[in-house]
Each structure stands twice: as structure tokens, then as C-alpha cells.
Design a protein around this ligand. Structure first.
Ligand SMILES: Cc1cc2nc3c(=O)[nH]c(=O)nc-3n(C[C@H](O)[C@H](O)[C@H](O)COP(=O)(O)OP(=O)(O)OC[C@H]3O[C@@H](n4cnc5c(N)ncnc54)[C@H](O)[C@@H]3O)c2cc1C
Length: 468
């Protein structure tokens, strides 16, 4: 249908492809081809070396890295700001950049943290270097970094499809107030968290036989909290110095109320996280089983979680003097997603490799956060602390046979257990940095992403400060 329409278009003798109306072969989620049903006006709107889809921790670092390495780069983001779960999910802190005081995730991710700190927007909790941050300064710092490196930003722009030439992505289709636009690039990076582009392109995804996914949690800011109280001072930080970050007294009270028959929804933690402003904390307490890649299911879950936010706020006000005056000053723009699609890569990182810190010859990033699995139902959580920092191979960022696609962040090729550590933001930034540099190398060498020189990639990453 796509080819036929293009031929018809050419027959009419219209020379300029710009502003053409044709029926693209748009591949939607679940492999539907809508081309037979609808005609869209698609505007060719740009040609790049590298297009990065998704401006979260993995994506804005990947775009910065690709541009720094000389690639003409565009970054597509559905919100009007960068940061992904950090800013759209109020997920704090950024975990973790160091092990026993030594940096593990270095290079552009750490440059970002230091720059945010210099702006007054970050508090680095040593020795693990968990990073508490100001959400608004994070957005500003990330956008400055991306723009200064010459990246073209397309905000308020959703990836909606792609056109394939065999297993090569020819172009992506995006939707924004300009309409539907087609963008071409030599290499694409999927940093959507949910692996949207890889899915649309037909990359096989990790199987999930029992259907179990870590739950979503809708985080929110509570203000007029007594953050100077002992209760809050002890649990607002994640460096382990003042005890666990999970607020045990609140957890125990909520469990008792639940056991006594009070209508208390499933919850995790709770965690009351530092947002650098006296009287305010980012709260991570709600939890629900859902699939973020199913629009109706995610809508249902998010509506329920919004109810739960206000229920938990009332419970805190009633039961704890430290929260008696508190109010919800902001709900995150969306509920936070811990787990969804992951590609089947050339190599899948397993928990066994991960906990044993297996070193691959193409190691391009690290992880040190505990394996941290939240039960999708109930209140439990399983944690396995790592004894040493783990490694991530380049081969986990690429699928076999897809010559111009890389993924980074939450959707790389891991098993569920390894993901439960690698999903944290420092690690996502680390794989983003590697994907960006690798994409630029692929463009410059004209080689498929499977064939780039990984020794040269590692050299570039080390030159930037990566600790490999
Ligand atoms: C409740 C909760 C608590 C967590 N706790 C911590 C913690 O304490 N420390 C920590 O470091 N990590 C934590 N995490 C994990 C971490 O936040 C995420 O795993 C991480 O942000 C993933 O990064 P990413 O860049 O892969 O994806 P995301 O952060 O999800 O970013 C993806 C970006 O792509 C954009 N996007 C998605 N689809 C499209 C599309 N079709 N078109 C255009 N743009 C699109 C999104 O808007 C977003 O900006 C937590 C997560 C949750 C949900």
C-alpha cells in the first residue's frame, strides 16, 4: 500500500517530497499496520545521523554522547522536559554512582551530576553517591547539556511508528502539533523505557512466562511536613548512615492498621525522599500491578493510584504528628514504571553473571544498586546487595540483525533479576552514554552497530571518565 501510494504520487508529477501526502507503512504496537485503514498527511521533517527516542536518564545522556562524538543528533521526547522517571515520575534519588566512595558510573552522567550540584540542584550522598535532586533544576540542567552539545530537541513529540527496510529502520514517524512528521537517520537509539521503537521495528522481546512485572508506583510531593523531626531526618537519606531509608515506624503502623481491618491499599516502603527543600518530601508508597504498555490497563491503574495518594496522605496526617499539616503539593506527571519490555539482545545479562561481577570483553558500563524486586501485589520487596560493582556488555544494547538500532536504559537485554538492579538511573545513564558513542561510531564508520570496534568504543568512554 505504501509503495503503491508513493508511485501514484510520483505519477502526478509532484517533484517536492516535502509536504507530500502519502500513506506510510506505519507499524504500530502489536504489529498492526494501519496503512490500509487511514491516510495520514506525513511531512518529511529532518535528516539526522542519530535519532534518540525518549529523553529520560538514558536518552538525554545518549543524545549528549552522540553529539559530543560528532553526530548530527535529534532527541524526541513526549513531555515538554527531559529526565524521564526523575522528572515525570518524581523518582528520587538517582541511584547509584559509587561503591564505598569510589566512582563507578563516570563520564557524562557524572558530569551531569556535578553540574547539577554546582547549580544548587543536587545533594550527593556519599559513600554510595545516591543523588537527591531538585526536579525543576534537573530539567534545566539536562536541557542545557543537550542543547550546548548541538542536539536538536523535539519536545511534546511522540514516537508513533517506523518504516522498515528489512531489519533496517528507514525512518521514524512522530506526532506533535505540526502533525505527523517523518524523520530519517542513519542510526536510531531507543531510550523510551518501554522499548517502543524496538517493539515497533519487530525486535524480539524477553518472554515473561508468569506475567509478573514489578508494580507501578505513583510518586508525589508532600509539603508542610516536619522534615526537621527525628523520624524524617532518619529516613530521608539513602547512604545508610542513619539506618534504612525505608521509614520503618510508618510501615509498622500501616501494617498494624491493615491487619486490624482498615481499608489500606497495597503499599511499598514507604520512602520519604529528600527534594532539597525544607518541609517537602517526595513520597514513594503507592503500588499496583499493571502493564504500562497496555493503555487501558495503565489508565485504570493510574486512576486508582491517584485515589491512593490522597488516602495515604489522610492516613499520615491522622497518625503521625510529623505529617499533621501536610498536603499534596504535586502528583508526578505520571505513575512510575519499574518494568515493562526488554529486548532479546545479542547477549542477555543474567543475574548469575551480574552478582558475580562477570567482566565481558565488551564491558561498557556498570551497576552497583542492589537487586531490588518489589512484589506486584502486597507489601513485600526482595533485595540482594552486591558485593562488588557489576558490568554490562555492549552486546546487551543491540539485537542480532537490526543493523542501525541500539537500546539503552531500562529496555536493554537482561533477565528480570539483573534488570532489578540495572533499572536505576545511574546505570541507565551509563548505558545511554555507551549507546550514544556507539551510534556515532556506527555513523562514522558506516558499519552496522553489530560490527563497530568495541575496543575503540571503550577507549572513548574511558577518555570521557567511564570507570570500566
Ligand atoms: C517508583 C519507582 C521508584 C524508583 N526508585 C529508584 C531509585 O530510588 N533510584 C533510581 O535511580 N531509580 C529508581 N527507579 C528506576 C528508574 O527511575 C527508571 O528505571 C529509570 O528512570 C529508567 O530510565 P530510562 O531512561 O530507561 O527510562 P525513563 O526514565 O522511563 O525515560 C523514558 C523517556 O522516554 C519518553 N518516552 C517514552 N515513550 C515515548 C514515545 N513513544 N515517544 C516519545 N517519548 C517517549 C518518556 O517520556 C521518558 O522521558 C524507580 C522507578 C520507579 C517507578
Amino acid at each position: 500500500m505504501a509503495e503503491k501510494s508513493r508511485r501514484a504520487f510520483l505519477k502526478e508529477g509532484v517533484a517536492a517530497l516535502a509536504a507530500a501526502t502519502f500513506v506510510p507503512k506505519v507499524v504500530y504496537a502489536k504489529g498492526q499496520t494501519e496503512a490500509d485503514k487511514h491516510s495520514f498527511s506525513v511531512t518529511p521533517a529532518g535528516n539526522y545521523d542519530v535519532i534518540v527516542c525518549g529523553g529520560g536518564p538514558a536518552g538525554f545522556i545518549a543524545a549528549t554522547a552522540a553529539a559530543r562524538q560528532g553526530a548530527k543528533t535529534a532527541l524526541i521526547e513526549k513531555y515538554g522536559f527531559l529526565g524521564g522517571m526523575a522528572t515525570a515520575g518524581f523518582v528520587t534519588p538517582l541511584s547509584v554512582f559509587a561503591f564505598k566512595g569510589d566512582l563507578v558510573i563516570g563520564g557524562i552522567p557524572w558530569d551531569f551530576v556535578k553540574r547539577l550540584e554546582a547549580m544548587g540542584g543536587a545533594f550527593i550522598e556519599w559513600p554510595k553517591a545516591n543523588v537527591d535532586f531538585d526536579v525543576e533544576l534537573y530539567k534545566l540542567c539536562a536541557q542545557r547539556m543537550v542543547l550546548e552539545n548541538g542536539v536538536s530537541m523535539l519536545m511534546h513529540t511522540s514516537l508513533i511508528g517506523c518504516e522498515m527496510d528489512g531489519k533496517r529502520i528507514r525512518k521514524v514517524f512522530v506526532e506533535n502539533k505540526n502533525g505527523i512528521e517523518a524523520l530519517t537517520a542513519k542510526v536510531f537509539i531507543d531510550t523510551t523505557g518501554d522499548g517502543d521503537l524496538a517493539h515497533m521495528a519487530g525486535v524480539p522481546m524477553q518472554k515473561n512466562p508468569d506475567g509478573e512485572l514489578q508494580p507501578a508506583s505513583f510518586c508525589f510531593i508532600l509539603s508542610d511536613v516536619d522534615t526537621e523531626s527525628d523520624l524524617l531526618k532518619k529516613c530521608m537519606y539513602h547512604n545508610g548512615i542513619n539506618g534504612p531509608s525505608q521509614c520503618r515506624p510508618v510501615r509498622e503502623k500501616l501494617m498494624k492498621l491493615k491487619e486490624a481491618g482498615e481499608d489500606i491499599p497495597d503499599f511499598g516502603g514507604p520512602w520519604f525522599n529528600n527534594v532539597l527543600h525544607k518541609g517537602s518530601v517526595a513520597v514513594n508508597i503507592t503500588r499496583i500491578a499493571t502493564n504500562s504498555c497496555d493503555n487501558r490497563d495503565f489508565t485504570r491503574a493510574e486512576c486508582q493510584l491517584r485515589e491512593d495518594i490522597f488516602k495515604f496522605t489522610d492516613l499520615l496526617k491522622k497518625n503521625f504528628k510529623e505529617f499533621k499539616d501536610c498536603y499534596v503539593s504535586a502528583c508526578a506527571p505520571q505513575a512510575g514504571i519499574r518494568e515493562s519490555r526488554r529486548i532479546v539482545g545479542v547477549h542477555t545479562v543474567t543475574a548469575e553473571e551480574y552478582v558475580n561481577a562477570y567482566h565481558y570483553e565488551d564491558s561498557i558500563s556498570r551497576g552497583i544498586h542492589p537487586i531490588d524486586i518489589h512484589a506486584s501485589k502486597g507489601t513485600s520487596q526482595t533485595r540482594i546487595d552486591l558485593k562488588q560493582p557489576a558490568y554490562v556488555p555492549y552486546r546487551a544494547l543491540i539485537a542480532a540483525d537490526f543493523p542501525n538500532l541500539l537500546v539503552a536504559g531500562r529496555c536493554i537485554s537482561t533477565d528480570r533479576q539483573a534488570l532489578a538492579s540495572l533499572r536505576v538511573q545511574g546505570s541507565c545513564m551509563g548505558t545511554g552514554q555507551a549507546a550514544g558513542a556507539a551510534a556515532a561510531m556506527s555513523v562514522q564508520s558506516g558499519k552496522a552497530v553489530q560490527n563497530i570496534n568495541t575496543d575503540a568504543l571503550v577507549s572513548i568512554l574511558k577518555k570521557w571518565g567511564a570507570v570500566l
